[in-house]
Ligand binder design. Structure first.
Ligand code: IMP
Ligand code: MG
Length: 217
């Protein structure tokens, strides 16, 4: 069984993440007590919260009647999954199970090997419960493809939910059904769980990582 494509792609808001040289000036977050960071905010914490609430409504509307297991792709989806799970209960989706997978294929901004998928523990992906895979971003699509292959079964429904989707980067045909934001452009996104080399996961908003230009000579 394939995870099914989205029903209402047109309603997904877009975030622009142009190449850093096009995005212009570095924007540093300069609050007292924090080091300046080379990031440019692209969606505020409030905008993300509102969008996650909409997604939860959409998911509850479509999957509300079924016993549901959330299969969270670590590490990038940990913040998104925590917020989404709590929005699902607001939408009366009770008795959720949550299980965790580790997927790793990135170093810095470049894929360096095929994703290795590892389930942590063994809660909840046996049997007939509907599975909703929760991921941070679908980029080339290799992680999504590997997760779907891993969890596909003729006895249950498997759906994909990604906070971010960058369709332009796709190398394999996967189409997450539930998407928080579409990304337009090649810029690298951090914050709200997403990292660059392990950093910036704790930012409460989404931002574009802005590499400091190397000085000429
Ligand atoms: P894919 O297998 O190429 O689709 O890549 C998916 C994984 O790559 C995501 O789960 C992220 O961990 C990582 N990734 C891809 N693009 C970005 C980005 O812009 N920011 C942070 N992580 C990213
Ligand atoms: Mg990831």
């Amino acid at each position: 069984m394939e995870a099914s494509p989205p029903a209402r792609q047109l309603l997904v808001p877009e975030l622009e993440v142009p190449a850093p040289e096009v995005a212009g000036q570095l924007a540093f977050w300069n609050e007292v007590g924090l080091e300046p960071m080379p990031v440019r905010e692209i969606a505020s914490a409030e905008a993300v919260r509102e969008r996650v609430a909409c997604l939860a409504q959409e998911i509850a509307h479509e999957l509300g009647g079924e016993p549901l297991t959330l299969a969270v792709v670590l590490r990038g989806a940990f913040v998104f999954a925590a917020d989404l799970a709590r929005e699902l209960i607001v939408n009366k989706m009770e008795n959720l199970l949550v299980t965790f997978f580790h997927a790793s294929s990135y170093r810095g901004t470049k894929a360096w090997r095929a994703p290795v998928i590892q389930e942590l523990g063994d809660a909840g992906t046996d049997g007939r419960r509907t599975i909703l895979i929760i991921d941070d971003i679908v980029d080339a699509g290799h992680t999504a493809e590997a997760m779907i292959q891993r969890l596909a079964s003729p006895t249950r429904r498997v759906e994909y939910c990604a906070l971010l989707d960058r369709p332009e980067a796709r190398e394999v045909p996967v189409h997450p059904r539930y998407v928080g934001f579409h990304l337009r452009g090649p810029g690298f996104v951090v914050g709200y769980g997403l990292d660059y080399d392990g950093k910036f996961r704790e930012l409460p908003y989404l931002a574009q990582w802005m590499p400091v230009p190397s000085s000429p000579g």
